[in-house]
Structures are given as structure tokens and as C-alpha cells.
Design a protein around this ligand. Structure first.
Ligand code: FE2
Ligand code: FE2
Length: 234
């Protein structure tokens, strides 16, 4: 980080701004030269884990809203939305279960029962996702299954946002949250996109079981890195 800072220090504000533009750093136009250096360093360290999860929560809610806006009639469009929901929900659960929850459980006090409940809620949702993954939109109770999934997931997201995330923001350093964010981005790239409700959801079982065979070789290094990060503590 120090070397990079020195490199940035030699750059003009215009050069820093151009880099910030390439990396799509928000609010870059209002930032001073020093603030641009800080923003670039933070961007390199990885996204804040909590902010990354919150952005995904927003996208999940947007997709449920899109489904709700469709009529009761079966349609390919509804199936496409459900496919997108399955993908984002499975991958989101995977990065929480492989990286976020284990780190929070190990490093912070008093959140064990909260995380146990979260894992059970993931498991219940994944059973419904598995069913939806095998149905077309003309199936009996297709819409009802999506509605129940939405109710369960909404409750889960609200709980994470009102109880778990504020506690993590309070107790965990920003540097550590960015390390976890970077690890979650790595796992996101190789996470499965289809539900596997009967595979383990806690380490070490979930680390390999949840990853498709074709990418296991690619993943071993990443997973070792994740485990190191998770074990390391702040
Ligand atoms: Fe979750
Ligand atoms: Fe979440």
C-alpha cells in the first residue's frame, strides 16, 4: 500500500481523476487530490463486505419487484426473472456462508445464534429455490412459491440489515471488512449458480462441496486464500 501511495503521490489530480474514472469510483468529481488517492487505495483493497452485500440485497429486491409487476399468466419472462433470482440468491448465500459468516462468528462476540438462524433461513430458501429451478411458470402454485420465497427472503434481508450488519460495522475494522469484500469477490466468480440444498453450509464442508467440479482446480488456491483470510482475524 505504501508503494502505491508513493506512486499516486507523484501523479497529478487529472491523472488520478482519469484512473478513478476507469475504475468507476463514485463521487470522483467532488474529490480533492488527497481524497482521490484514498479512494483509489480503498478500491484496490477491495469493496467493504457490508456494502457489497447491501448492493446485492437491493438487486434481489429489484428482481422480486420485477416479478410482482408481471401478470398471473405463465410466461418466459417470469421464468427468466426467476432464473436470475436463483443465480443471485445462490451466489449471495455462498459468499456469506464461505467468507462472511465464518469470519464474523470467529472474530466478533455474541453473534453465534444470529448466524445459526441465518444459515437455517438460507437452507429453507434453498429448498424452495431447488423446486423453482425444476418448474416452469405454468406449474401449479408457481407464483405462490415465488411469493413465499419473497416473504422469507425479505424477512432474512431485513434481519441481516437491522441486526447483523450494524454490529459488524461497529465491531470490525474497515480494513478487515475490505479484506473480506475482496475474498467474497473471488468466491463470487466461482460460486455455483444452481441450488444444492443438501450440501453442507459451513466450513470446511461447504468450501469444496458447493463448487462445481469443473472449477475445483481453479478454486483451490482461492479457497486457501479465503481460509487464510478468515482465520487471520483483525
Ligand atoms: Fe444471508
Ligand atoms: Fe444477505
Amino acid at each position: 500500500m505504501a508503494d502505491k501511495s508513493r506512486r499516486y503521490d507523484k501523479m497529478s489530480r487529472d491523472e488520478l481523476y482519469e484512473l478513478a474514472q476507469q475504475r468507476e469510483i463514485e463521487g470522483r468529481a467532488e474529490l480533492s487530490k488527497e481524497e482521490l488517492v484514498t479512494a483509489l487505495e480503498q478500491e484496490e483493497a477491495g469493496p467493504d463486505a457490508v456494502q457489497l452485500l447491501l448492493r446485492q440485497h437491493d438487486e434481489i429486491r429489484r428482481l422480486f419487484g420485477e416479478f410482482d409487476a408481471r401478470s398471473n399468466r405463465p410466461s418466459k419472462k417470469k421464468e427468466e426473472i426467476v432464473r436470475e433470482l436463483i443465480t443471485i440468491l445462490v451466489k449471495h448465500a455462498e459468499i456469506e456462508e464461505q467468507v462472511f459468516y465464518p469470519a464474523v462468528r470467529e472474530e466478533l462476540e455474541g453473534l453465534d445464534s444470529e448466524i445459526d438462524e441465518d444459515l437455517e433461513e438460507h437452507h429453507a430458501a434453498e429448498l424452495l429455490l431447488w423446486e423453482l429451478d425444476h418448474l416452469s411458470s405454468d406449474a401449479e402454485r408457481y407464483d405462490a412459491k415465488v411469493t413465499v420465497l419473497k416473504e422469507n427472503i425479505s424477512h432474512h434481508l431485513e434481519e441481516e440489515e437491522s441486526e447483523l450488519f450494524p454490529e459488524v460495522e461497529k465491531q470490525m475494522s474497515e480494513e478487515r471488512r475490505r479484506e473480506l469484500g475482496a475474498a467474497m469477490e473471488t468466491v463470487w466468480r466461482v460460486a455455483p449458480t444452481r441450488p444444492h440444498p443438501l450440501t453442507p453450509d459451513t466450513p470446511p464442508g461447504n468450501v469444496v462441496a458447493g463448487i462445481p467440479g469443473t472449477v475445483i482446480d481453479l478454486t483451490v488456491g482461492a479457497v486457501r486464500g479465503v481460509k487464510r483470510l478468515v482465520r487471520r482475524g483483525s
